[in-house]
Write a protein that binds this ligand. Structure first.
Ligand SMILES: Cc1cc2nc3c(=O)[nH]c(=O)nc-3n(C[C@H](O)[C@H](O)[C@H](O)COP(=O)(O)OP(=O)(O)OC[C@H]3O[C@@H](n4cnc5c(N)ncnc54)[C@H](O)[C@@H]3O)c2cc1C
Length: 402
């Protein structure tokens, strides 16, 4: 889809393109392309993060006074789109898009001064402690508890599916500080250092062989009262603010459209199956075209949300729509990729990483080497950040008012 950009926006796009051409190293592009996980590994992500930080472009969606770029929503969109087109690694959302905006919005000046510089510089890595065994979709039922003892919170319980907890310096966690009130009212948002005896991280390896998520155990773990964001009992309000950013604070469409373009290229130039039969199949081409249209429609919705943000509003429940559509379109593309690759997709290398000095030899192409692992990992996209059913319930209630 051709967007009508102003001359100023076109000049900005050219500036971004020139920067990417000059500053995005090939090994980061290659690493991103050969990462089958849902999340980019920190060695790649942090290197790119630091390059963007040095340029002053790492946190486009933060308030300018806290280190944001001051870009218009259109400029943010252009930046994301150009990064996707250039094949740049997607940065970890945990610090920049999740806890960072929470601290900007709800934190005290002392908390901003203490935590924001490390997030911006890519020096401090975060993980998200929301889900628990037994509390996922029904997050408000969470039971990890925190009580105050000698000026500190003492935390007991467990979090699960904690992405990159094994890399993290800090976890932002929802904890129950009052069991005697309505369940949403008894939750508090704490920042907890990971390097302490009371915090244990146990790996969970996914069906593709990737280690991205973990279970985190708190046994009398401690954090200062100064590390509470907002008031005691305000955690649910903060949790919802953060989830809206997680579901729609970034744009899904640019990377989806980049994947569509990649599949179109594969269908034209790397025909597979008997005499390239799959790529020529009108039903396959029809499905690919439909998926492109869905991704383009999502792009328009995301632009509308960016326009809302420009007016100072929070992203709102319509971000659930983006999350629902973005994850489903991504999975549809994964399936089309497997079909297109045919037999070559039937490989599941377990070595990690698949980039670097001596990557394992692919059967067929590099693209084929990671297609199956990527497909398996991305099944999680319709679960994390709130499952499809959860998003549909939110849309029914808060958007459609049913
Ligand atoms: C790869 C991955 C990474 C993740 N990373 C993190 C992380 O970093 N931090 C974190 O805190 N969490 C993380 N999660 C957890 C994720 O947010 C939860 O898995 C998700 O919220 C679903 O919760 P659950 O797994 O407990 O499933 P459940 O809530 O038990 O749901 C099971 C099934 O029931 C359905 N269901 C539940 N309630 C309803 C309802 N009311 N109506 C209709 N259907 C319903 C669900 O849609 C789902 O299909 C991650 C998950 C994955 C898979």
């Amino acid at each position: 889809m051709d967007m009508q950009f102003s001359a100023q926006d076109t000049a900005f796009r050219d500036e971004v393109r020139a920067f990417l051409a000059e500053s995005l190293p090939d090994h980061l592009r290659d690493g991103a392309r050969r990462t089958p996980g849902v999340f980019v590994e920190p060695d790649i992500g942090i290197e790119w993060h630091k390059i963007l930080y040095r340029k002053g472009w790492v946190a486009p969606h933060w308030p300018q006074e806290d280190g944001g770029t001051g870009w218009t929503p259109t400029q943010r969109f252009i930046f994301e789109k150009e990064c996707a087109l250039a094949g740049a690694p997607a940065l970890s959302i945990l610090g920049l898009r999740l806890v960072g905006p929470v601290i900007c919005h709800f934190g005290t000046q002392e908390q901003k001064d203490r935590f924001l510089p490390g997030i911006l510089a890519g020096e401090v890595y975060w993980c998200q402690g929301y889900s628990e065994p037994g509390s996922g979709s029904d997050l408000a039922s969470l039971s990890t508890s925190a009580r105050i003892e000698a000026g500190e919170y003492v935390i007991n319980g467990s979090k699960i599916w904690t992405t990159h907890a094994h890399h993290a310096d800090w976890i932002f966690a929802l904890v129950r500080t009052n069991p005697d009130v309505k369940k949403q009212a008894g939750i508090t948002f704490l920042l907890v250092p990971m390097a302490q005896p009371g915090v244990e991280v146990a790996p969970i390896v996914s069906m593709s062989g990737d280690h991205e998520v973990n279970q985190v155990f708190f046994s009398d773990a401690r954090t200062s009262q100064a590390n509470r964001i907002g008031e005691e009992g305000q955690g649910w309000t903060i949790a919802k603010f953060l989830l809206e950013n997680e579901r729609g604070g970034s744009c899904f469409a640019p990377r989806l459209l980049q994947s569509v373009a990649e599949l179109e290229d594969m269908a034209s130039n790397q025909p597979s199956g008997v005499n390239g039969a799959i790529a020529k199949d009108p039903r396959f081409r029809d499905r690919l075209s439909r998926t492109r249209l869905e991704a383009e429609a999502l792009e328009v919705t995301e632009l509308r949300i960016l326009a809302e943000l420009a007016k100072g509003r929070s992203p709102g429940p319509q971000t659930s729509l983006c999350k629902l559509l973005g994850s489903n379109i991504g999975q549809a593309l994964d399936e089309l990729r497997l079909e297109l690759l045919g037999y070559d997709a039937l490989q599941l290398p377990l070595e990690r990483p698949l980039y670097g000095n001596e990557p394992p030899e692919p059967v067929g192409s590099d693209r084929a080497q990671i297609a199956m692992a990527r497909f398996l990992n991305n099944r999680a996209a319709t679960i994390f950040g709130g499952s499809d059913e959860t998003q549909k319930n939110i849309i029914a209630k808060a958007v459609l008012r049913l």
